[in-house]
Each structure stands twice: as C-alpha cells, then as structure tokens.
Design a protein around this ligand. Structure first.
Ligand SMILES: *Cc1c(COP(=O)(O)O)cnc(C)c1O
Length: 220
C-alpha cells in the first residue's frame, strides 16, 4: 500500500468511528482532500487510492494542476475553499464543482452573473466568520440573513455554510454554532473540520470535512 493510501485509510477509519459514535453514517460525509501547495505527483497516489473530492484555495493554482488530472481520471470533484476575488468568479465557476467561499454581496453578484453566462451552477456555501475575528474572511454572523436573502434574489442557490474556527481554542462551540445557523436557515450542508479536529466536526454535524495535512503531510 502506498503511503498516501495508508493515510487515507487512517482518516477514513477515524471518520467512520466518529460517525458511528454520533449515530451518523460515514457514507453521508464528504471527505475533501485539501491539496493546496501539493503538485500533481503528490496528488496522483491519493486518486489511485480512490479519493475523488479535492480542495484548493487558489483559483490560479487549481487552474494549473487540475485540468490535466481530470483528463486522466474522470469523476473528480473539485472544491474551492479559499477566498475568491470577484474578478475571478468566472474562472472559479468554470473550474470548480463546489465553492465554499461566498462571503459578500459583490461576490454573490459576480458569481450569479458567471453562472448564467456559463450555464453552470456549482454547489455554493456561504463562509461565515464564526468567531467574529477581525482579520478573518467570511460573512459576519450578524450579516448572514441579509446575504442569504440577497443570494436567493440573485438566483444563487446556497446549500450550506462553511467556517474556519479561531485557532488555539476548542472548536466545538464554533462547530455547534455553525450547525445551528445552518439549521435555522434550512441549509442542509456544513463544511467544517480540518486535520486537527475533523472527528469533532463529524460528531457536531459536518457534512463536508476539509483535510490536508493528515492526508498529504505538512505543507512547505
Ligand atoms: C488548508 C485548509 C484546510 C486544511 O487544513 P489542514 O490542517 O492541513 O487539514 C482546510 N480548510 C481550509 C479553508 C484551508 O485553507
């Protein structure tokens, strides 16, 4: 077994255990392998091991790596998990199957326009600044209802919420809050949990977990 296959096995097993503990089915959970900074040679072994969902945080980097990999393996799903500039909205819609970074009205407008132009509608998540941190991206918790309303009016179907909790503190209350916000707005999907806390996220209702380091090793 390749090292990548072993790591994938380990993460899948831990996801299954966490899901079992929470009375959930692991099959309902989407494991996104976050491949940012890793090149195609590092990604191929994971694809060979059966991984199909991948996450990138930069449009330009994804545009360089993924068209080639997708030609080699049909059926891959690509998620954008990083901040998106409005002027890259069209590239993002073209390239990604899911966009986890909708966080402001100007971006909603740009994405709705890009989708209509390309006739392609990826799955959308609103990123919430769940810890109300000044330096962090994402829509303020207080602004979420207005942003969701605006997206609806623009014809952009939002299916879930995404969050990156503050670093260095227990993520559990933030995962619980994201789950509650999604529930309140009738959104079925929750993108939360990374290498250090994905099991906790699974127990607290994640539908999408974004795991980089535990699958690829440390980034440079
Ligand atoms: C890099 C990144 C991850 C993966 O982080 P790891 O700790 O390496 O698992 C998850 N989500 C987002 C938004 C990221 O930028």
């Amino acid at each position: 077994m390749s090292e990548a296959a072993e790591r994938l096995d380990m993460v899948r097993m831990r996801v299954e255990e966490a899901a079992h503990r929470a009375g959930r089915k692991a099959a309902e959970l989407c494991l996104i392998a976050v491949s940012k900074t890793h090149d195609a040679d590092a990604i191929r072994p994971l694809i060979a091991a059966g991984q199909r969902h991948f996450g990138e945080n930069r449009v330009q980097e994804a545009a360089e790596k993924w068209p080639g990999l997708r030609t080699q393996t049909p059926g891959l799903t690509l998620h954008l998990i990083g901040q998106l500039q409005s002027n890259k909205a069209e590239d993002a819609v073209q390239l990604f199957d899911a966009i986890h970074a909708v966080d402001r009205p100007s971006l909603v407008t740009a994405l709705a326009k890009a989708c209509a132009k390309l006739g392609k509608w990826p799955q959308f998540f609103v990123q919430v600044n769940i810890g109300d941190e000044e330096q962090k991206g994402g829509c303020a918790v207080a602004d979420l209802p207005a942003l969701l309303k605006m997206a609806g009016e623009a014809g952009l179907k939002i299916e879930g919420l995404m969050a990156i909790p503050p670093v260095g503190v227990d993520a559990a209350p933030y995962f619980a809050l994201l789950d509650e916000l999604a529930e309140r707005h009738g959104l079925p999907l929750r993108s939360m949990g990374m290498s250090g806390d994905y099991e906790k996220a699974v127990v607290l209702g994640a539908t999408h977990i974004r795991v980089g380091t535990a699958l690829f090793g440390t980034r440079n």
